[in-house]
Write a protein that binds this ligand. Structure first.
Ligand SMILES: [Zn+2]
Length: 283
């Protein structure tokens, strides 16, 4: 069976999750701000809650990132991860994690604690507020985990080796010094990595590193190149189709053809680059 490219609900993944350690990843929770460039980075708290409750009902427990090969073959274990350290995850996600008994890893950008996701603004998107030091302490005190997502969120393969090493090594030291916990888990920004970077991550003493390649992690997987599924809402194509149809219907660009005989009128205003109609941001 062909798998959906994203994780929305457990059913299509149930069998696959028995073959290796599944790792899910989210970015932001709550309403998507106007101008957000990558729409899939935002998930409603309602869907997030349903996803956690479904995993709990299916008997899944969260586990830390793997430290040894045998960690990849434990039944009904799942790793929940958040990239970037967004404040909305602390405000909206932590209560739901608590309520459902799950624990998650926040991959933090060490130089941007308490600031914003400046790299998203640089790329033409919207900068999200990031957790500050007090919130990260609360996050840890609530039994959640942290990992490193570099110092500044660069494309690591574009950097000279010395700067890439600095991003990987200094971020770990800064987080450990500031929060007094060991930091053993790394996340490649944009999933951008190659064998050279993997070796720098090993050299820096990390015990796990996650990518954005889709899949589970059966025994024997390289723990410094772990695969993950991105969790997001269901099929964008179907949802967008519905939203465009609804907008076109409202503006009178289309009329219901129904079951009557005859040739349907061509549907106007049906371009894939059409801006989202009002209401599209609500999920
Ligand atoms: Zn990131």
């Amino acid at each position: 069976m062909e798998l959906p490219p994203y994780y929305t609900s457990l059913a299509p993944f149930r069998k696959l999750f028995q073959t290796g350690l599944p790792i899910l990843t989210w970015h932001s929770l709550g309403p998507r701000p106007r101008g957000a460039r990558i729409k899939g980075l935002y998930l409603s708290t309602g869907l997030f809650r349903r996803q956690l409750e479904e995993l709990r009902a299916a008997g899944f427990h969260s586990t830390p990132l793997p430290r040894r090969d045998s960690d990849l073959s434990q039944p009904a274990r799942i790793v929940l991860t958040f990239d970037d350290g967004c404040r909305n995850v602390f405000e909206l996600g932590l209560p739901l994690l608590r309520e459902t008994g799950f624990r998650a890893v926040q991959y933090l950008v060490a130089n941007l604690i308490g600031r914003t996701s400046e790299w998203q603004a640089r790329e033409g998107g919207v900068a999200e507020p990031l957790m500050d030091a007090a919130q990260i302490r609360d996050w840890l005190a609530a039994g959640q985990w942290i990992g490193s997502h570099t110092c500044t969120h660069p494309w690591l393969t574009h950097l000279p080796p010395d700067r890439a090493r600095e991003e990987i090594t200094a971020s770990r030291k800064k987080l450990e010094d500031q929060f007094g916990v060991p930091v053993r888990d790394f996340c490649y920004p944009y999933g951008d990595f190659d064998p050279r970077l993997r070796d720098l991550v090993a050299e820096a003493g990390y015990q796990s590193a996650v990518t954005t390649q889709a899949g589970v992690n059966p025994p024997g997987t390289d723990r410094l190149a772990l695969r993950r599924f991105t969790a997001r809402y269901a099929s964008r194509r179907l949802r967008d189709l519905w939203l465009r149809l609804r907008a076109a219907w409202r503006t009178g660009a289309i009329r219901l053809v129904g079951l009557s005989a005859g040739t349907p009128r061509p549907v106007r205003g049906f371009r894939s680059n059409q801006p989202h109609p009002p209401g599209a941001q609500k999920r």
